[in-house]
Design a protein around this ligand. Structure first.
Ligand SMILES: Nc1ncnc2c1ncn2[C@@H]1O[C@H](COP(=O)(O)OP(=O)(O)OP(=O)(O)O)[C@@H](O)[C@H]1O
Length: 328
């Protein structure tokens, strides 16, 4: 039983320079209680994909008619693409789906206390009274490890340290008990010890609430620690997906291999870092065929330059979109 199914998601932005394809025919599913890492370099379309699930992309976004996003709730399936009225969209915006961002200041209005924002959100999305909403908010702040939660409830976000703000944002995102949490680079701006604490906290919360998490990051190391499965994106395309250990041990796509080789290895500090050569092409000039062919060291001929690779099975629940797969 899946929590969310994304099928053939394609999204373009209308800009003064022309149409930018940000997401190209992306499909994936997530089960309740499952954590999926969404990785790729900057500009690969991770955030735009995630925001589509909440219909949060701006007005210049155009979805292809084939794009389908189905959220499975206890009350039945929700066709996210067809949600239009603000009232209907509340279900995917802070209701059944919550999102946390890299910069928690962006989630908090500067002129309201953290507590009053938490209460306001609960009043919109639940049937709780104001008093119950306050109690739950303080309980959630306490649960994410903020000491003296009732005092912190009355503070503004700028009065908190970076790590505490991050925790407060997680508490706010989780207080409505979302079915799906989207975490967009939630630990990037934190120092490593706090990063580890936030990751541990998220793991505990998944176990307790049984929600699904989509964890967006540049860092495959963080994915290895947190996720059950991983999906790799490059220039709007999903190019490999599978169980996290399997993909990290047996990456198939040359781009995924490149991301893994670019990771520093603590047990072999002499080993030179191997960055992926070249730059990501402009989304206005996306390469034909396989979008990665302009940087790929394994091009096998014109097929890579002209034909879009289809998915091939490359292991148990592991699939890769690369012409090398067909070569065996
Ligand atoms: N509102 C917009 N208008 C035009 N283009 C946009 C808009 N939002 C995003 N894009 C483009 O869509 C592409 C995908 O962006 P996205 O933010 O999803 O990448 P990302 O993989 O999340 O990168 P990062 O890791 O830097 O956040 C990029 O080329 C970006 O410039």
């Amino acid at each position: 039983m899946s929590l969310i199914d994304v099928e053939n998601l394609t999204l373009q932005f209308k800009t003064d320079e022309g149409l930018i394809t940000a997401v190209d025919d992306v499909s994936f599913s997530l089960a309740p209680g499952e954590v999926m890492g969404l990785v790729g370099e900057s500009g690969s379309g991770k955030s735009v994909t995630a925001k589509s699930l909440m219909k949060l992309n701006p007005g210049n976004a155009v979805y292809s008619p084939e794009s389908r996003i189905t959220l499975h709730l206890d009350s039945g399936p929700v066709d996210v693409m067809s949600l239009k009225r603000p009232r209907d969209m509340e279900i995917v915006r802070g209701g059944s789906i919550s999102m946390i961002f890299q910069e928690p200041m962006a989630s908090f209005a500067p002129a309201m206390t953290v507590g009053s924002q938490m209460v306001e959100q609960l009043l919109i999305h639940t049937d709780l009274s104001k008093k119950q909403a306050k109690e739950l908010s303080i309980e959630m702040l306490d649960r994410v490890g903020i000491s003296d939660a009732s005092t912190r409830f009355g503070q503004y976000a700028f009065e908190m340290s970076g790590g505490m703000r991050q925790r407060a944002m997680i508490a706010m995102a989780l207080s409505t008990k979302p079915k799906l949490l989207i975490a967009d680079e939630p630990t990037t701006a934190l120092d490593v010890t706090i990063q580890a604490q936030v990751i541990d906290l998220m793991k505990d919360l998944v176990a307790e609430f049984g929600m699904g998490i989509i964890f967006i990051t540049h860092d495959l190391g963080v994915v290895a620690q947190t996720a059950d499965k991983v999906a790799v994106m490059y220039l709007g395309k999903m190019i490999e997906q599978g169980p996290v250990r399997e993909v990290i041990r047996n990456p198939y796509h040359p781009y995924t291999k490149g991301l893994i080789d670019a990771l520093p290895q603590l047990d072999d500090l002499e080993k030179p870092l191997m960055p992926i050569p070249g730059d990501i092409p402009s989304p206005l000039e996306r390469p034909a065929g396989c979008v990665f062919h302009t940087r790929c060291g394994k091009v096998i001929g014109d097929i890579c330059r002209t034909v879009v690779p289809q998915w091939s099975d490359t292991g148990e629940n592991h699939r890769t979109a690369c012409h090398l797969c067909a070569e065996g």
